[in-house]
Design a protein around this ligand. Structure first.
Ligand code: GRF
Length: 201
């Protein structure tokens, strides 16, 4: 499956996806890393995978999304993995790619949709937090959940500590989930079956 990874920032999930995709037999192949920000750190970490920038700043949504779609089609993209792509996509674009576009979100959905998930989890006093891979649908962070990984919230946690614990899980969950949806096969660390991962100290 010819896959594009869409980023806006440092790209650590992109790096973990690219590493997994390099393994023989992995069902998705990276054909493009695309950023809506030209200064996204991840753009320097793509190795031999082509990159593109489609600027979103200061542009009408329709013009931005039309160009985004054009670039994706020009690269023969069949599947999209959003990985820290910080621009909400409009209904038209989402419907066009529905069933072919997934996202990773740093919370156990449906809790803490939107931004600042780790601070909000700490403020809410939850004892379990984590990350979710989900289909992208027109409602932000509302699409069907594909896979989740949970971590404990520890007494000494601040936002950075909790974010780091979740991010480590993101880096194994996302490649496993992408493999499952593009290959129809569970590819999980430690076995097959349900797509859920846990934290190990
Ligand atoms: C991750 O926490 C991801 O869950 C969220 O944005 C962040 C992106 O981080 N959607 P990175 O750019 O992959 O390091």
């Amino acid at each position: 499956m010819r896959t594009a990874i869409l980023i806006s920032g440092r790209g650590s999930n992109m790096v973990s996806l690219l590493a997994a995709m390099a393994a023989p037999g992995y069902p998705a192949r990276p054909v493009l890393v695309l950023s809506n920000r030209e200064n996204a750190g991840g753009l320097a970490l793509t190795g031999s995978v082509p990159t593109a920038v489609v600027t979103s700043r200061g542009r009408e949504r329709e013009a931005f999304e039309a160009e985004l779609d054009r670039v994706l089609v020009a690269h023969g993209v069949e599947f999209i993995a959003l990985a820290g792509f910080m621009r909400v996509l409009g209904e038209g674009f989402v419907r066009r790619w529905q069933g072919k576009m997934i996202n990773i979100h740093p919370s156990l959905l449906p809790s803490f949709r939107g931004l600042d998930t780790h601070a909000r989890a700490l403020a809410a006093g939850v004892r379990l937090h984590g990350c979710s891979v989900h289909w992208v649908s027109p409602g932000v962070d509302e699409g069907a959940i594909i896979a989740q990984a949970a971590v404990p919230v520890l007494p000494a946690d601040d936002e950075a500590a909790l974010a780091a614990r979740v991010l480590a899980q993101e880096h194994s969950l996302y490649p496993a989930a992408l493999a499952m949806v593009t290959g129809g096969q569970p590819m999980l660390p430690g076995g097959d079956g349900a797509l859920a991962c846990g934290w190990a100290p």
